[in-house]
Ligand binder design. Sequence first.
Ligand code: NDP
Length: 331
Amino acid sequence: MPTFKAIRIDKAPEGQKGTVASWCYFDEAGLMDGDVTVRVTHSTVNYKDGLAITGKSPVVRRFPMIPGIDFAGEVEASSSGEFKPGDKVVLTGWGVGETHLGGYARKARVPASMLVPLPDGLSAAQAMAIGTAGFTAMLCVLALEDFGLTPDAGPAIVTGAAGGVGSVAVALLKKAGWHVIASTGRASEADYLKGLGADEIIYRAELSEPGRPLGKERWAAGVDAVGSHTLANLLAQTKYRGAIAACGLAQGMDLPSSVAPFILRGVSLLGIDSVMCPKPERIAAWQRLAQDMDLAKLAAMTTHVPFDQVMDTARDILDGKVRGRVVVDID
Ligand code: NDP
């Protein structure tokens, strides 16, 4: 059986805790069930990939695992009526890189139900510049819109703004006409965030410490990639009948809040999960991304790394050293 270059994660040797990531030539016979085989051309480095590669959090639940929670590429073989060889496809979520072999490999095999056709107007590299983080940002914006919020309700805040989800959310909210407040811990990224569309910058420390149950009403909508006290403070400062779309936990998984914003201001908390998002919503979100994502801004927020540098970048993203999005050139 042919082999292909990949990263694999195994359980640490007997007597040691955790997992070990290493380079390998993976045997094609070891690929998991699926009716579509994809030649992977691009993947990305998301926060969750950092957790998987470093073993800092037990996101990998099948061994051996090929990490990489998203990929784009070209169909090599298919027994599904949905895709034929040569079709360009994108995959995010569905437990790929966690329970199903993932994108840090020259080849992937998945059920057709997990794949979305590459939308017109985006290359595989651009789709991965958006990747799981950008797709999640789009789901957040769509949730705020479906909830009925429009830019005339007041500003929209984005936390973890210089990160992957945050950078795409800033650009998308601006494109949709919002006055965007970007919260970042990196003062040096103020010009970067203004370039993406931020109208105001506030500093992370203003939101990340324990706060009061209710504060001055400052924003009508929000995209929160951070959780913990930051999300609690976001809720406490949301305008009457506003909403926050919560998707991340960069500060923490806790939510030290009270019911005050909900019962006194009718504020709503919208939960966003990109992993198990149903396929029709995925297709709609990708179409909106192809239509609304400013490609110059996307390029400005994207760094390309060769496949060989994935492990270093995975460590960097956990250390908060990565700005915007990272595309991995697999080919
Ligand atoms: P990034 O690492 O690219 O961005 C996270 C950002 O959060 C950082 O850039 C930083 O922004 C900010 N941040 C980091 N540490 C802290 C801290 N201790 N306190 C406050 N802010 C902090 O990650 P992603 O954008 O890829 O993902 C963001 C979050 O969203 C992660 O928790 C991830 O797991 C989650 N996620 C969830 C998904 C879902 O389906 N629900 C899908 C994708 C991601 P800055 O420097 O601007 O302050």
